[in-house]
Design a protein around this ligand. Structure first.
Ligand code: SF4
Ligand code: SF4
Length: 488
């Protein structure tokens, strides 16, 4: 009888692994449970009840080994309970095991409040670090902190007024925000943080609305209204800089309406300087057109160790034209915590990345998303420092380990290979926000706004697979992204 009960529990465990495991996985991913089949679960329930029932019968029939008489009631209850509890625990474990990969994303990032891209171990000499260097932001003549704060999508709306204010008190004097960061949450938080400090801050926002970018042909009035909305939320009379946001076409860059709106806003004293931010496939023509137009005071570009060679020339060309250069996405995907490398390498990666970017004199400052005091300590520690050979070795090693994972922010080489016109780089970027930056909600929000979703990849023969010069298995990532980013 005992062997039969054991076999029943083994069968129940296997069924749990095959049925309840995937069901839990679907629930975690946000599937509508009403759409999931219930028959296998009913079958599992029958197996569980059968195994429990069998265990009880087995326990009731237990005999005393020495006398062959029925074992004592106490012993039967104890063994029956232990057998049932053990069987149920194993059944549940079999269902949880296939979902263990969620630990590194959902569980770790949502339920354990460990900011995903700060160092695991806190070095005491980082405590209370302050900004140590200021640089000239091109023709704006502003002297800005070399390490400054961006509040973009990777921060996932976790920035608080208290942390932003502490950053100011530690010498940080440049904030980058936008109406569509955390659905205006970023601007609202900064407004609170800047109370009493506004005149110390060089404040940059974007020409866009809560719902996103403004395309070419937007009326002058709408462009101006967008900035008025920002001023209202930021509780200020002016912003120092307004960017054309995440610009991917020269047409949008040079849209005469946006330039007229900027001129009028500047004449009204509501904005001081014009900039453009871009990390998009056509970064190069956009950045060159911006420089050549002589309309722009600041360029905000994705720039990090290992960035493509012509980007270096663009950064230098901007500086030669006295245009301030703000570096973003300096952590090259921020994948360092999940890598198979030493703890020491992981811990020094962020500071090494910053030092490498700031070693370029053409860069005015970098912006980094943060939301914790410990990140202020760690990040500001790199201010004013130059990279050592060891830092460069860490960055080289990171590049080697992430070669086939990290989608370069300004590449776009694969885009023409997709018959569905999927915004591959955006899909991979949102996946990265979800997995490596813990910004799940923001990643899903951004993904939901994409016109074409990566479900088109499910039935596609993947002509994109050989299109990436860095050998990133695109279809594998886009399919995984679709599953991940449809959480509701
Ligand atoms: S697998 Fe997806 S990204 Fe690749 S070509 Fe097909 S639809 Fe485009
Ligand atoms: S997947 Fe590869 S080719 Fe496509 S944008 Fe990213 S880095 Fe470039």
């Amino acid at each position: 009888m005992g062997k039969l009960v054991f076999a029943a529990w083994v069968a129940t465990m296997l069924l749990s692994w095959a049925v309840l495991g995937p069901f839990l996985g679907y629930l975690i991913e946000g599937y509508d449970s009403s759409q999931l089949g219930k028959v296998p679960l009913a079958l599992l329930l029958v197996f569980v009840l059968g195994s429990v029932g069998g265990t009880i019968v087995w326990a009731r029939r237990l005999r005393n080994r020495q006398t062959d008489a029925t074992a004592s009631a106490q012993r039967r209850v104890l063994l029956g309970s232990l057998g049932t509890a053990g069987g149920l625990a194993a059944t549940l474990g079999a269902a949880i095991a296939p979902n263990s990969r969620w630990y590194s994303t959902t569980v770790k990032n949502i339920f354990l409040p460990q900011p995903p891209y700060k160092a695991d171990r806190y070095e005491t000499d980082w405590a209370g670090t302050r900004i140590a260097a200021y640089r000239r932001l091109g023709r704006t003549e502003a002297m800005v902190s070399d390490i400054s704060i961006g509040t973009g999508s990777s921060s996932g709306g976790r920035m608080t007024p208290a942390v932003a204010r502490e950053a100011i008190e530690r010498g940080m004097n440049y904030f980058d925000t936008a109406p569509d960061y955390s659905e205006t949450g970023s601007e609202t938080v900064l407004a609170e943080a800047m109370k009493g400090y506004r005149d110390q801050i060089f404040l940059a926002t974007k020409f866009c609305t809560t719902s996103g970018h403004l395309g070419p042909g937007t009326s002058v009035a709408d462009y101006m209204a967008a900035v008025d909305g920002s001023l209202q939320r930021l509780q200020t009379d002016y912003v120092d800089l307004v960017h054309i946001h995440s610009c991917n076409t020269v047409e949008r860059l040079l849209d005469e309406n946006v330039h007229e709106a900027f001129d009028r806003l500047r004449d009204q004293g509501k904005v001081r300087f014009l900039g453009v931010s871009t990390h998009t496939p056509d970064l190069e023509p956009v950045a060159r057109a911006a420089i050549e137009s002589d309309r722009f005071d600041v360029l905000m570009l994705a720039y990090h160790h290992g960035a493509w060679p012509s980007l270096q020339a663009i950064v230098d060309q901007a500086a030669e034209n006295d245009i301030g250069v703000v570096a973003m996405k300096t952590l090259r995907g921020g994948l360092h915590q999940g890598l198979d490398w030493s703890r020491a390498e992981s811990e020094s990666f962020t500071q090494a990345s910053f030092k490498w970017v700031l070693a370029n004199p053409s860069v005015s400052c970098l912006v980094i998303s943060l939301w914790e005091q410990a990140q202020l300590d760690e990040f500001f520690y790199a201010s004013g420092q130059t990279p050592t050979d060891r830092d460069v070795a860490v960055l080289d090693r990171y590049a080697e380990l992430t070669q086939a994972v990290h989608c370069r922010p300004h590449c776009g080489i694969c885009l023409d290979s997709c018959p569905e016109n999927l915004a591959i780089a955006d899909v991979l970027r949102h996946k990265n926000y979800f997995e490596s930056f813990g910004a799940q909600k923001e990643a899903m929000r951004l993904y939901a706004k994409l016109e074409t979703k990566a479900d088109v990849c499910l039935s596609c023969s993947a002509p994109c697979q050989s299109a990436c010069p860095y050998e990133i298995p695109i279809a594998e990532h886009t399919r995984a992204a679709d599953r991940l980013l449809r959480l509701t």
